[in-house]
Ligand binder design. Structure first.
Ligand SMILES: Cc1ncc(COP(=O)(O)O)c(C=O)c1O
Length: 391
């Protein structure tokens, strides 16, 4: 029989996270700090709104774009929280930020187009580009720059074939953010080279040290060349609801919606009813979001101190819910370190190279886990390091 799987799919590597957690799944009594998923339930008001919609039999397809009321709420929310101006006809509801990434790339990429991918970063970008026969070009960020994208490094990676930049801040896995002054320099390069920016802002609600998230789309001259991606998973603890959105220039969003309409039809209706409640203008869910942020912040500070104290040098993350300490002092590769930690101490963290080669010698620890779990894991980690003579 012939080989049915297309060559460009066959060569895609499996996610480094998945591979590692397949091992974890076969073991008992492991404390896993591996998953990037909030440990809080979805706010009750949101769950009730979705249940109500089901009880009332509101179970039909919505408009391809998403429900008008939801897009209205998203428009108000983006203005209120991030000073972004989008009309409802510039906002498309998608199946998570995941679909928003994919459908945007499907719409803009022709075979051979290059897309700049800032690494370390989320595992889905490069495969999503490769699936469109685009070419991912990696731009590496470094701990000494706070894992922020540097304009000169961006510029050096641009060729005549470069079409877009995926800007992944607040960042998974490093927890880095970009401030207004950083974004202004990046914006200048993007305008000069006529690039589209696909700005993945899924962690926009999760920033610390009093630094609010700034969207590159709010910088002068950028709204017309940026697609902002966001969603409900991380900020409202709604991962399983599979709801996100893309907002951008009107004509581009029309094209993105055309593709979305053929491949997806529309985002799930019950999730959209829930999301309307999550964003509703009286902003009652702001208190839930803020309570989760405060809990993450407390865990973040605990972990950064604990890891630095053990000599696992840890850059202070100011966004998302991950820390990304260096394990260089152990002399092991990230994969070796994680496997040994798992088998010897029963603690699972993610090897940094799962997020790109530049993540080597680091591990990602998620703090979307209770303080109690984090404390137990840190105790085990300390003993593990002591037993191996690393502290
Ligand atoms: C940076 C980043 N973007 C997008 C996603 C996917 O989000 P969603 O669950 O909304 O599809 C994730 C999930 O971990 C992520 O970390």
């Amino acid at each position: 029989m012939r080989e049915f799987v297309a060559e460009h799919v066959a060569v895609l590597p499996p996610s480094g996270i998945r591979k590692f957690f397949d091992i974890v799944a076969t073991m008992d009594n492991v404390i896993s700090l591996g998953v990037g998923e909030p440990d809080f339930p979805t706010p009750m008001r949101v769950r009730e709104a979705a249940i109500r919609s089901l009880e009332e039999g509101k179970t039909r397809y919505s408009s391809n774009w998403g429900m008008p009321q939801l897009r209205e709420e998203i428009s108000h929310y983006l203005k209120r929280r991030f000073d972004l101006e989008y009309d409802t006809d510039q906002i498309l509801c998608t199946i998570g930020a995941s679909e928003a990434i994919d459908v945007t790339l499907r719409t803009v990429l022709a075979p051979g187009d290059e897309v700049l991918v800032v690494e370390p970063s989320y595992v889905a970008y490069k495969p999503a580009i490769a699936l469109q026969h685009g070419v991912p070009v990696v731009v590496t960020t470094k701990a000494e720059n706070g894992f922020r994208l540097q304009p000169e490094e961006l510029e050096a990676a641009i060729t005549p074939k470069t079409k877009a930049l995926i800007l992944p801040y607040p960042n998974n896995p490093t927890g880095a953010i970009m401030e207004k002054k950083d974004l202004e320099k990046i914006a200048k390069v993007c305008i000069q080279h006529d690039l589209l920016v696909i700005s993945d802002e899924i962690y926009a609600e999760l920033t610390y040290n009093g630094k609010n998230h700034v969207s590159i789309a709010s910088i002068d001259g950028m709204a017309e060349r940026t697609v902002v991606l966001n969603g409900f998973a991380k900020s409202f603890s709604m991962t399983g609801w599979r709801l996100g959105y893309a907002a951008g220039p009107k004509e581009l969003m029309k094209a993105i919606n055309k593709v979305h309409a053929y491949i997806i039809m529309c985002a799930p209706s019950m999730s959209q009813y829930g999301a309307i409640e999550a964003l509703s203008d009286d902003a009652k869910c702001d208190a839930d979001v803020s309570a989760m942020r405060t809990a993450y912040d407390q865990r973040r500070r605990y972990l950064v101190d604990a890891l630095n104290d053990m000599g696992l040098t840890c850059f202070e993350p100011e966004g998302a819910f991950y820390v990304f300490p260096s394990i260089a002092k152990t002399g092991l590769s990230a994969q070796q370190f994680c496997e040994k930690l798992l088998y010897d101490a029963g603690v699972a963290v993610v090897p940094g190279d799962a997020f790109g080669a530049s993540g080597e010698q680091h591990v990602r620890i998620s703090y979307a886990y209770s303080m109690e779990q984090l404390q137990q894991a840190m105790e085990k980690l300390r003993t593990f390091l002591q037993q191996n003579g690393w502290i």
